[in-house]
Every structure is written in C-alpha cells, then in structure tokens.
Design a binder for this molecule. Structure first.
Ligand code: SAM
Length: 445
C-alpha cells in the first residue's frame, strides 16, 4: 500500500495562516479554508487540521504574542505566529521542526519575509518560558476556555454553577456520532458490525453510536449505503420528539443541510423541506439521495409562506389557501452556542448584539409558521443554543401571547453539552450530546 506523503509543514503553516487571516476578517472557518485553498485543494486535510488547532488556541496564542512582542505584528505575521504557536502547544511535531518550518514559511512569502528573524525569536522565546507562560495564562478564563469575555459572562449568568463544566466540555475534541437508520437495521446490530470490524464504538442513544476514532465519512461502514448518517445524538431527538409518523404531513421549515429532514423521512413521514439558502439546500438533496429517501424540497423564505405555499399540493388548506401541517419543525438559525466543540470559530465570529438579532428572527419564524399548523398538530421549536434568550425565554414569550398554544412536556428542554467521552446508553436521554434547546407546542384551538 502506498502511504500518502504529508505536505511540508512550512507549506501547511503558510496556507493555514492565509485561512486564519480570512477567518479573522469575519469568514467562517469553512469559507476561510475554501478561500485560502482555492488553488491547492490537495492540502485541505493538513491545512484544515492546523487551522482548527489554531482557532482552538486562539485566545492563548493572541495573548502570547501580546506578551512576547514589543509591538503588534503585521496581520500576515500575526497569522503565521497564531498557527505556529498552536502547533507548539499541541505537541504534534518536534518543537525545533515547528520553529524551523515557521521561519521557512516566513522567508518564502513576501509579506512575512522581513519578519523571519522576529518569528524565530518570538517562537524560541516562547519555548524558553513555555511552562511559566502557559500556567499563568490558565488563570485567565478567556484563555482557559478559549471564549470571548462576553460569551463567558452570558454562560455565567445562565448557568452559575454549571458554566465551567459546559465550557470545559466544549474544549474537548468533538466526538463522531452516527444515527443508525433503524428502518434498515437495528442500532445493536450496527454496533455489533462495527465491533466485528475491530472498530471501538459505544451506543450512546436510541439510534446513536459513538465511533471512538474519527474518520472521513467514506471510511464509515454503511455510510455510502445510507445505513447511517453523521448526526449528534442531541440533534437526533428532534424527529423523535416531534413524533412524526407515516401518514403525517410534516414541514421542516429551516431544513439545510437536511440531517433532520432525512431522519423525519426515515420515520415514514411525508416531509416538505423548506430552506432559504439555495446552495445549502443542495445538501438536503444529497442527504436524502444517499439514504434512498424522498421529501418535497422548496427553496423559500419561511417568514413569507405566501411566497411558496402555491408549490404545495395534496394538503388540507385554510379558506385563504394556506396549507396545513400535522407537524412543524422549526430548527431555527441561532448563535450555535451549543455546538462550539464542533465549530470553535463561532464564539469569535459572533458579537454579543447578535443574540438579540437572532432572537428577533426566531420570534418572527414562530409567528409566521404557527398559522400553518393544524388544530391538534404539534410544532417543535429547536435551537442548538445555550443562551436562554433563544430558548426558554423565547418560548415563554410565545406561549404567553398564544392562548391556543400548549407546552407539551418533554424529557428535557435545555440540554447542556456532555463530556466528549460517555458511558453506554441504557434508556432515556442520550449519554453523549451537544447543547440544544427543545420545546414542543400543541395547537389547542
Ligand atoms: N435542520 C437542519 C439540520 O438538521 O440539518 C439545520 C438547520 S440550521 C440550524 C438553520 C437553517 O435555517 C439554515 O440552513 C438557514 O439557511 C435556514 N434559514 C434561515 N432563515 C430561514 C428562513 N427565513 N427561511 C427558511 N430557512 C431559513
């Protein structure tokens, strides 16, 4: 078998530093990597790994540069230092190799060439004082949890006793969790197949299996055949708690990339999947195709049902022509504060004011979609957030204003992220999951 040669570290650092600059200019890591690697897609695995590592050490690295540099370096140099310092904090490469390759990378690029000596001196200076500097930095919560100050304040207010464990769990590497398509095979049988193939895995929910060693989807047994999908066990609760069954008309109102759409379809419901972003909507189609599933896909704005209602046939309608659903899933856009271990860029891309802005969008979505629910039907409101404004407070306000909305009890409303290693599931809630808020509303009149 031919081993794939690793690209030179200097090259990886160079492209990771370029992605870092796009990210610090406000792009998500995904977009930043795509922009940096437009002409070198072959470097994606190594550069992605280095860039994610840099983001997971953002607060520490930026503070180290403040402490070790007499004045703030130029953006290109700061970017190279951020990715190199992250490598030095994670022990993947020998220290001398990181310093040597960071200096080579600086020399090979015009904007950093003049700073090669400075990069060398700063990294060596860090290594000389490494233990003292890192232990001092751990006293600073922003560095310790790699979260902006405003984010920590919100967590502290919402979870005065639990916020440190929430923040600690979100620093751990994200576990790879699969949803077994139980219309194909039972969860236990899939788990047994993995174990027979020598893969360590644990059942962590009704349909959820945690594969201990992360791997690309193409190397996950049964993935291409649609036997399993990648989906956090907390996210798997949506379709189950919505209690969507065969014969029901379900609207998945914010559907891309389609993880929950596919789950609803696997459970036999007739699904209309609505998504505003045409590019993201293509992912829904891919997800359904892999599982041999179908749904009615509409690209449209959930806030303006009148603009896409005419595309829906075979549904009960009101006098004004509005289609009516038995079940509605509102998996609303949110801060994503519950899934930081998968998306470590989020806290650094958001601003505190975004919380109010997103809360307003969520409120408008609920307001626009509620009339499309049949009497006796149920709407599940979901956000992958930990902030109460987007969860409990949002739903309390809605129920306070709608006397025909009854809150149906669920086994849990606010799920806090668990540790990334979990015991085997026996029954009830999953033992391993990210952070989510759920509320199930029934229309009583
Ligand atoms: N339910 C998805 C899943 O499980 O794969 C995740 C949904 S994600 C949290 C929210 C989605 O809502 C995004 O894809 C976003 O583009 C979409 N969205 C935001 N505003 C929308 C609107 N007004 N109408 C329809 N979709 C919207």
């Amino acid at each position: 078998m031919n081993a794939v040669a690793s690209p030179p570290l200097a090259e990886v650092l160079h492209y990771a530093a370029e992605a870092w600059q796009h990210f610090r200019a406000g792009r998500s890591l995904d977009r930043a990597l795509a922009a940096a690697l437009a002409d070198r897609p072959d470097l994606r695995p190594a550069v992605q790994d280095a860039t994610y590592k840099a983001v997971r050490h953002l607060a520490a690295s930026e503070r180290l540069v403040e402490l070790l540099a007499a004045r703030p370096p130029a953006a290109e140099v700061a970017a190279l230092l951020a990715v190199a310092l992250a490598q030095l904090q994670t022990d993947n490469y020998a220290e001398y190799a990181v310093v040597d390759q960071a200096v080579s990378s600086a020399r090979n690029s015009l904007p950093t060439r003049g700073a090669a000596g400075f990069v060398n001196a700063l990294l060596r200076n860090f290594l000389r004082q490494r233990a003292t500097l890192l232990s001092e930095l751990q006293l600073n919560d922003t560095v310790r949890y790699n979260l902006p100050h405003w984010w920590i304040e919100r967590l502290q207010r919402a979870y005065p006793t639990d916020w440190t464990s929430v923040a600690e769990h979100q620093r751990q590497p994200p576990p790879l969790v699969l949803r077994v398509n139980v219309s194909r095979l039972p969860t236990e049988r899939y788990l047994a197949n993995l174990n027979a193939a020598g893969m360590d895995a644990t059942r962590v929910g009704e349909q959820a299996v945690w594969l201990h060693d992360a791997r690309p989807v193409a190397a996950i047994p049964g993935f291409s055949e649609g036997e399993v999908s990648v989906q956090d066990a907390g996210a798997q609760l949506a379709a189950v708690w919505l209690d969507a069954r065969a014969g029901m008309q379900v609207l998945d109102a914010c559907a891309a990339p389609g993880g929950k759409t596919a789950h609803l379809a696997e459970l036999g419901a007739t699904v209309t999947a609505l998504e505003i972003d045409a590019i993201r909507a293509m992912r829904i189609e891919e997800n359904l195709r892999r599982g041999g599933l179908t749904a009615h896909l509409i690209t449209g704005d959930a806030l303006r049902p009148e603009s896409w209602q005419s595309q829906i046939e075979d549904l009960a309608k009101t006098e004004t022509g509005a289609a009516l659903f038995d079940r509605i899933l509102v998996d609303a856009p949110c801060t994503a504060s519950g899934i930081v271990r998968r998306h470590p860029d989020i806290p650094w891309l958001r601003r505190s004011a975004d919380v109010a802005q997103l809360t307003k969008v969520q409120r408008e979505l609920l307001h626009a979609l509620w009339p499309l629910l049949k009497v006796g039907g149920r709407l599940l409101y979901a956000v992958c957030s930990l902030f109460p404004e987007e969860g409990r407070e949002q739903v309390d306000r809605f129920v306070g204003r709608h006397c025909e909305a009854r809150l149906v009890p669920l086994p849990a409303a606010q799920l806090l992220p668990t540790a990334a290693r979990a015991p085997a599931w026996q029954s009830g809630l999953p033992t391993l999951h990210d952070g989510f808020f759920y509320a199930l509303l029934e229309k009583t009149g």
